[in-house]
Write a protein that binds this ligand. Structure first.
Ligand code: NAP
Ligand code: GLV
Length: 306
């Protein structure tokens, strides 16, 4: 079995070493233009030339959860696309969202300022019932986040394409449930994939439907947010703030207003990083399943876009 590795901006040698240890019978090498045809590929943001030259691939494993970059390429329909299925990302996403939520709820920014000014000043805590959290996307990551937020006794709403039932979470689905979901939420978290339907979904209209003093946590993809609409609603006072990990242009350009906005906290797309060990173990197990004709989780449905 021949496996090729083509992951932009990823140091290849440690991956090749771990993959060879996990799949001792396989011939595993770094892709280069003109490389021999492979059975399986491990990819992140490969060039179009990669798929043009490897139309025989049985499957390509994306070393991330989001497949938006992959689906912009022309890929043979014979190649199954497989995304990472948690592989250590769900717990990171849960801790990131809970940290952002609790930092906002417990007014940590105000206490930081108090400390700088040498001020000892206890503030009241608002009832949690006034901080319902709405999570868009209840997939592998969103469900874990919803369950974790519920552990802190915040009311939790969830929204997905198909109906769900998750203990402790009021679930809404589809376009019919969207406005009711927004109206019931003060904090909005996005864990939706980037698809034509979710492009620009976080905009003036949708944010205005949230309870006043709303807070946005975007950990999904930057193209979902209309940035100027967020800035306008922060100015108007409808939005209290935002924690943003993803942006339309990454890295966030120098001079972008988000860098210095007092109500916006940014991080450089680090909410949930790919963990090499867990990812290699998952990919090796999935290759073994495919080789023995068994089904695997995390197959991408190209018509849905995720
Ligand atoms: P997933 O398992 O595919 O879940 C996607 C969820 O979104 C599903 O619940 C799906 O509904 C829902 N959904 C999709 N389109 C929808 C629509 N039009 N309307 C309503 N709901 C819709 O994905 P995941 O593994 O949880 O990952 C989510 C996203 O997180 C990724 O696509 C990626 O962009 C982002 N991510 C970011 C980071 C970071 O570091 N910032 C790291 C990893 C991932 P159904 O359940 O009904 O299908
Ligand atoms: C990171 O953003 C991922 O999609 O895994």
């Amino acid at each position: 079995m021949h496996i090729t590795f083509c992951c932009a901006a990823t140091e290849a040698q440690p991956w090749l070493q771990d993959l060879r240890a996990a799949l001792p019978g396989a011939d595993i090498s770094l892709w280069h233009p003109g490389a021999a045809p492979a059975d399986y590929a491990i990819v992140w943001a490969p060039p179009q030339a990669f798929f043009d030259q490897q139309p025989q691939l049985r499957a390509a494993f994306n070393i991330g959860a989001g497949v938006d970059a992959l689906l912009r390429l022309k890929i043979s329909p014979a190649t199954q696309l497989v995304r990472l299925d948690d592989a250590g990302m769900a717990v990171q996403m849960a801790e990131y969202v809970c940290h952002a939520l609790i930092r906002h709820y417990r007014e940590c920014a105000a206490y930081d300022k108090h400390q700088q000014a040498g001020v000892w000043n206890q503030r009241d805590i608002a009832p949690r019932s006034r901080m319902p959290v709405g999570i868009m996307g209840l997939g592998v990551l969103g469900e874990r986040v919803a369950r974790t937020v519920a552990q802190f006794d915040f009311p939790v709403n969830g929204w997905s394409r198909s109906p769900k039932s998750i203990p402790g979470v009021q679930c809404f689905s589809g376009q019919d449930g969207f406005n009711a979901f927004l109206a019931a939420s003060r904090v909005l978290v996005s864990l939706l994939p980037a698809t034509p339907e979710t492009q620009g979904l976080i905009n003036r209209d949708t944010l205005s439907r949230l309870m006043p003093g709303a807070y946005l946590i975007n950990v999904a993809r930057g193209a979902q947010l209309v940035e100027d609409d967020l800035l306008a609603l922060l100015d108007s006072g409808h939005m209290a703030g935002a924690a943003l990990d993803v942006f339309r242009t990454e890295p966030l350009p120098t001079g972008h207003p988000f860098w210095t906005h007092p109500q916006i906290t940014i991080t450089p797309h680090t909410a949930a990083l790919t963990i090499r060990g867990e990812s290699v173990a998952q990919i090796a197990a999935k290759i073994a399943s495919l080789e023995s004709g068994k089904p695997v989780a995390g197959l991408v449905d190209r018509s849905r876009g995720y």
